[in-house]
Design a protein around this ligand. Structure first.
Ligand code: ATP
Ligand SMILES: O=P(O)(O)O[C@H]1[C@H](O)[C@H](O)[C@H](OP(=O)(O)O)[C@@H](OP(=O)(O)O)[C@@H]1O
Length: 421
């Protein structure tokens, strides 16, 4: 991993389209010219070639959405994804921005909309909410869909979006104005109440502990309630890109969002998602003036955020500084690890028991559903083995705990509260 004296080795694993859009050359210039930053070595990772000779990396910044979605049905993409996952598992010291399980879940609108719905409770004081929505898993008869729409409290107009939240098809949507037009949907999809918001979208771009708000054009207001109007089919890129202008948008007075509410939203989502690079799309309900979350995006384009490059580099630097600080020399026996160290073996049952009993100050990564998932942050364990400090990822610690040889060899598990995100 990087050390204060050596440069930070950052690998980028992006689609061609994303890499061109991100302008990595400009990013590289920023890393060389920003006096407030340390030294970085940036490189592009070719997923089609073995990763080991391309490394080592202190950090990998990636957006594998194309590969993940295509791996559902394409063996080559499955192999590319497997190569990446094998490299990550074999290099637990390499920081991922962001953890693959956290990103993968947001490629499914069913998952991201469940997270958005939870905000009602966690951010009730800020009057932050998300529109009522309904998951349509498969083709059903129109009457059962109409009943489900009513039961879930959706109101017309209703916006229909694909379940898959990435790729060109994912931006194809429809606006439905009556029960009869629910026949126009193509499951699997989500139905979401349309909220009148004065045709202004607030894109909140998050980079670690920083976030940036950018206003964008958005869908214009429509009369509330069902009406006898044909379904409108559109692509979201016609509507909410900086230059979008169509008969679906409108020139509107920008109603600002309160910065405190946005900060509270970002803080909560950072914990819920366990991610550093994401976008959240927010509108202001013109009736209730509530801040309404309508979408979450992994690693968006950050268009309109000139500070993106320096924000990303300073986030990388702070993550690696934490990792360097929390390395072996910073590990000190805590009350809990002392209790565990008396076990003298890496018995993961005691780890998970201790976690379940909240006797560990730890937060376990989402890689391990077996552990109590608290904050989706990946942690590493340092296992003292024959006086040598060896870093294991949570995956390997579990394997050690379950393998026979751990019964024989003496391990003292010294747990580090190392939050690497
Ligand atoms: N519930 C809603 N109420 C009102 N307008 C909505 C709602 N959901 C989406 N929209 C409008 O549709 C646009 C696209 O929606 P959404 O962001 O979900 O699509 P997307 O394809 O995921 O967009 P992107 O990937 O660019 O973030 C929004 O920018 C907004 O203008
Ligand atoms: O205007 P933004 O930055 O929101 O545009 C994003 C968009 O929100 C989605 O995040 C796109 O990702 P996919 O949905 O996976 O296609 C981004 O495309 P990308 O090629 O930059 O990842 C847009 O930039």
């Amino acid at each position: 991993t990087g050390s204060p004296m050596s440069g930070r080795r950052v690998g980028f694993c992006l689609s061609d389209k994303k890499r061109k859009r991100m302008n990595l050359h400009a990013f590289h210039r920023c890393s060389l010219t920003d006096p407030s930053l340390g030294e970085f070595f940036l490189s592009q990772i070719d997923l089609a070639r073995p990763l080991v000779p391309q490394g080592p990396f202190d950090v990998i910044v990636h957006k594998l959405s194309d590969v993940i979605v295509e791996a559902e049905h394409d063996s080559r993409s499955q192999q590319l994804l497997a190569n990446f996952q094998s490299y990550v598992a074999a290099h637990p010291g390499t920081v991922l921005l962001d953890p693959l399980p956290a990103m993968t879940q947001l490629l499914d609108r069913f998952a991201s909309y469940r997270i958005m719905t939870k905000l009602h409770n966690s951010l009730r004081d800020w009057r932050i909410c998300s529109p009522p929505y309904l998951e349509i898993h498969s083709v059903s008869d129109p009457s059962s869909i109409q009943q489900a729409v009513m039961a879930q409290g959706l109101s017309f107009p209703i916006i229909c979006k694909t379940r898959v939240a990435h790729g060109s098809l994912s931006h194809e949507m429809s606006l439905i104005f009556s029960e009869g037009s629910l026949a126009d949907i193509h499951p699997p999809c989500v139905l979401q109440s349309f909220v009148n918001h004065g045709a202004v979208l607030h894109k909140v771009f998050v980079v670690g502990d920083q976030h940036f708000c950018v206003e964008r054009p958005s869908l214009k207001n429509f009369p509330s309630g069902p009406c006898d109007r044909e379904t409108i089919f559109f692509n979201s890129h016609q509507v909410s890109k900086p230059e979008s202008s169509s008969d679906l948008t409108a020139v509107s007075r920008i109603v600002g969002v309160t910065s405190e509410a946005v900060a509270a939203l970002v803080k909560e989502l950072r914990v819920q998602l366990g991610m550093a690079l994401f976008g959240v799309d927010v509108i202001i309900n013109i009736q209730t003036h509530t801040l309404t979350v309508i979408d979450i995006n992994i690693f968006p384009g950050y268009e309109g955020v000139p500070q993106f490059f320096s924000a990303l580099l300073s986030h990388i630097e702070s993550v690696l500084d934490k990792q360097t600080f929390a390395g072996p020399q910073a590990v000190g026996p805590s009350a809990t690890s002392t209790a565990l160290s008396t076990s003298r073996t890496v018995d993961t049952r005691s780890l998970s028991d201790a976690a379940r009993d909240n006797r560990l100050p730890l937060r376990f990564c989402s890689c391990h559903p077996g552990f109590q998932m608290k904050h989706n942050s990946c942690f590493y364990f340092i296992v003292e083995e024959a006086e040598e400090m060896v870093t294991y990822s949570c995956v390997e610690v579990m394997q050690i705990g379950n393998s026979q040889n751990s019964r024989n060899s003496l391990h003292t598990v010294i747990i580090i509260a190392q939050n690497i995100y």
